[in-house]
Design a protein around this ligand. Structure first.
Ligand SMILES: [Zn+2]
Length: 528
């Protein structure tokens, strides 16, 4: 850990934080508690996460929120965990009768996100992006005989498909639905480095951490017994040798937004997997601010943020605690700050607000998935989700990026509260990162609830973009995402104010939010 405190003091181009008498220090106080080494990175099911959950429940109570879990403020969630025993596992390529080992950790990893078979050997077919999007006539699997085979694919999708839909089609749920139908026994995924936030060298450090799935089998994506392998793009040619294609050629096509070829790969992949299994319990935390309108108070605007992070892991620069200050102590701190401010302002809201701190996000959005499947209020009464995850106040808030902006009328509402404060609102500028499906709002969207997620935004090509990219490269899911890093408190204060005002606007508007008629996701409306 670098013991260095460096404050970035924002030029107060926006008076909105100052007007509110708020310099972001109380928000930062919550971050300091939640990202302290004592909480050991708040891994799902760990004592540190439990302490964090108790802190949040205590703060909810102080802010006058009513308990809205199933056990006071808590909603317990059960998980199954899997950890690879790497010494007893292996991956081999069989080519022309010759067996060549694959170096786990360096060349590829066996993912524990899906429950793997003990052993397997199968042919491999390269299937482009491995997507099926009938609405856009994009079919990577059609006409191929994939029964009993492994598919290999590159992450991403053709640029002809809108970003949100492309992300949705790549979600674990959609992907495995399509692959299961095709009868495959597993998948070899090559992550396009262009959409990858964490470089391979760091991502691979997490391979020995337990993966989790919800204990309820109805809430698990991949059916059991499927092999899931992540291939290091720098070594993908080892797999592709003899196919007549190279990974560079395929990535060039992907980066140009083109459709990818499909072809047989002249290898068989052999796998042996030893898994250590366990059971884990963790908590969502929910608190409610009742609305005042006799009718509308039975409808809820959810403000969500994930409380968990990745815990203690492989040391980097001598530090093994992955504190998760920005990911996502920052978002939980926003929920706490917004709820305190609402109480202090004594403002009346017509609808009720439901503040939900979820667990298991880092394990695949699991706590929010559980909550959306078992909401603690009447399912149809949730009108919107506003999700705050790693909003990155690293520079002044002049632009707010909103994910899902084009999908529902929440977008217009956000513009109406942000623009008078001098904040420009923009949609997703980097759809290749799939942020739309990468946090908890996605579980509400899949159940038909209009939702938005947010980050402090920047223009492409600006110095702020450089700061953001450097942050991802160096601190994202690294122990240096801690309380020693420079943070712009004014930007955080402004952000909290805007999200609070948006929550108020949704709570007070006569009509509940609705999907835009052009949105792909309106088909899920009414599914909660
Ligand atoms: Zn994260």
């Amino acid at each position: 850990m670098m013991k260095r405190t460096m404050w970035v003091i924002a030029v107060p181009v926006l008076l909105l934080a100052a007007e509110a008498g708020d310099d972001g220090r109380r928000w930062w106080g919550h971050v300091l508690f939640l990202a302290d080494d004592k909480l050991e990175g708040r891994n799902t099911g760990s004592p540190g996460h439990r302490k964090a959950a108790e802190y949040v429940a205590g703060e909810f109570e102080r802010a006058g929120l009513k308990p809205a879990g199933t056990a006071g403020y808590f909603q317990p969630v059960k998980f199954r965990s899997r950890r690879i025993v790497e010494e007893q596992s292996g991956l081999w390529l069989v080519r022309d009768g010759k067996v060549e080992p694959v170096a786990l950790s360096e060349e590829a990893n066996i993912s524990m996100r899906s429950d793997p078979p003990e052993s397997l050997e199968a042919d491999v077919v390269f299937v482009g992006y491995g997507l099926s999007i009938p609405e856009k006539n994009h079919e990577d699997l059609k006409g191929l005989d994939l029964r009993g085979k492994l598919v290999m694919y590159v992450s991403g999708g053709p640029s002809s498909i809108p970003g949100a839909l492309r992300a949705h089609a790549q979600s674990a749920g959609e992907r495995w639905k399509v692959l299961d139908q095709a009868g495959v026994v597993g998948a070899l995924a090559v992550q396009n480095p262009r959409g990858q936030d964490i470089p391979w060298a760091r991502a691979t450090l997490a391979r020995l951490q337990p993966a989790m799935s919800l204990a309820d089998p109805a809430l698990v994506d991949a059916s059991g017994g499927k092999l899931s392998v992540t291939v290091n793009p720098a070594h993908a040619d080892k797999f592709l040798a003899g196919s007549g294609h190279t990974i560079q050629e395929l990535l060039d096509l992907a980066n140009a937004g083109k459709v990818l070829p499909r072809f047989p790969v002249p290898i068989r992949v052999r796998a042996k997997v030893a898994v250590e299994r366990g059971e884990v319990e963790s908590q969502n935390v929910a608190g409610m601010l009742p609305g005042t309108d006799p009718k509308l108070k039975d409808e809820y605007v959810v403000l969500s943020a994930h409380l968990d992070h990745v815990g203690v892991g492989r040391p980097i620069n001598g530090d093994s605690i992955y504190n998760g200050a920005m990911d996502n102590a920052s978002g939980i701190a926003s929920l706490l700050e917004i709820s305190s401010r609402l109480r202090e302002s004594q403002r009346k809201l017509r609808r009720s607000l439901l503040f939900v701190a979820v667990t298991g996000e880092e394990k695949g959005l699991l706590g929010s998935r559980y909550f959306a499947a078992h909401p603690t209020v009447k399912p149809q009464s949730i009108v919107a989700d506003l999700n705050v995850d790693m909003f990155l106040p690293l520079f002044p808030l002049k632009i707010l990026t909103a994910y899902g902006l084009e999908e529902s009328d929440l977008g217009d509402l956000l513009r109406r509260v942000a623009e008078p404060l001098g904040i420009q609102v923009q949609g997703d500028q980097e759809p290749e990162r799939n942020i739309f499906i990468r946090s908890d709002q996605y579980n509400f969207i899949r159940r038909g609830v209009p939702a938005l997620a947010f980050k402090v935004g920047y223009e492409k090509g600006s110095p702020e973009e450089v700061i953001g990219e450097k942050w991802l490269r160096e601190r994202y899911h690294a122990p240096s995402d801690d309380v020693q890093q420079p943070v712009d408190l004014q930007a955080a204060a402004g952000f909290n104010r805007v999200i609070g005002l948006l929550a108020e606007a949704v709570a007070n508007r006569a009509e509940r939010p609705k999907w835009n008629s052009t949105s792909f996701f309106q088909r899920y409306a009414g599914q909660l």
